[in-house]
Design a protein around this ligand. Sequence first.
Ligand SMILES: *Cc1c(COP(=O)(O)O)cnc(C)c1O
Length: 457
Amino acid sequence: MEPYRIKVVEPIPVTTRQQREAALKRVNYNLFDLRAEEVTIDLLTDSGTGALSAAQLAAGMAGDESYSGSRSFYRFHETVTELTGYAHILPAHQGRAAERVLFTTLLERGNLVLSNTHFDTTRANVELNDAEARDLPCPEAKNLDSTDPFKGNIDLDALARTLSGPDGSRVAVVVMTITNNGGGGQPVSMENLKRTAALCRQHGVPLFLDAARFAENAWLVTRHEEGYRDRTPRQVAEEAFRLTDGCMMSAKKDGIVHIGGFIGTNDPELAQKCELLLIATEGFATYGGLAGRDLDMMAQGLTEVTEPSYLAERAEIASHLAHRVRAAGVDIVEPPGMHALYLNAGRLLPHIPPHHYPGHALACQLYLEGGIRSAELGSLYLGEEDEHGNPIKSAPYELVRLALPRRVYTRSHYDHVGETLAKIAKNTDQVYGFRITDQSPILRHFRATLEPVPVRG
Ligand SMILES: *Cc1c(COP(=O)(O)O)cnc(C)c1O
């Protein structure tokens, strides 16, 4: 059961099918353009959407808004130092701000960054510095149905080969994303992290964590990795940070705050350079673009997030939803992670070809049938067509992500999601494909407009 009770509630909008149909037409079938008030269950993202605890709100009320050296900063600094062990900690307003400050300082033109999988803003911030972001996911990650518990791992052979090969001298940093968001939210084992750290040390390359979901990764390690079953998630997390040279963190995930992030590093020279850029572009080094109250709430959230009862319930609710989804006859990327479930829309809707976006079709149907908002991760996101709509490139898989906000929805909300999917799965021949009517040159899934096209079942 949930290890908390509800003290403050927010009504959620309940709409009619007719209203939802009209809303979809009005936004030209782009779910980002819906007003949140038109959405009943919002599973678009788990970022910044969690519920604050009473203790976090209380800490926020006690926040110190001094421009420099605030009490809030010192509380934040002490908490993060104890958790991570890094010698230098810099607050930033969110993950991508931390990425920009770190990579602008660390990278030079032509550098190479290696990762189990770069998150999309991480990749963008590498490329904005004229460097190359290369993903080296482990081979098991390619099989969506495999239930291997650590499909978030980096491919150690490919890493060793790259570090000692002709590109080795270009590698400026290795980034391990925990859990592996771009790779289906799958965790990284401590064994894989240790061997990565050893390879990096051997080649004199720093290893950084992209630590947005460090607590969820730690929980899955305590569940599935030999030698860690009697450790607490907090102990696993502390060990993971200490195997690396630094981190960047989006606290909008496992910080359970609406806004916040930080950079950690053991390198004094790097810390000093980052601090100067932070002051010029984010804010003074003791607030980094945040209010004092944000720093206090982040410190409290970072403490709560490794509580075993909280993590056990979060894993439980994800597997509850996974169970409902499978029972509805819809396949997911196995095993279910903790922050999201990824529906295999390509397999559910084989009559819709990739360039008519089966993932988007399922996302629109989830909204139409149940007022549920999700995110397409398929060929609308990753594909490409010529000016006549003929496919040039399609995504490797046609997926839909149901992200799970922290402490927000209960089992009955997720039962509604399961029931809606069951209804859709029974009548897949009624699900239409789509055609793009207008799109932007980059990140098209955010701004594209579409229209339905009938496809033969
Ligand atoms: C969300 C996320 C980021 C970016 O953080 P923001 O707070 O959204 O800027 C970076 N890496 C990973 C793995 C993330 O999930």
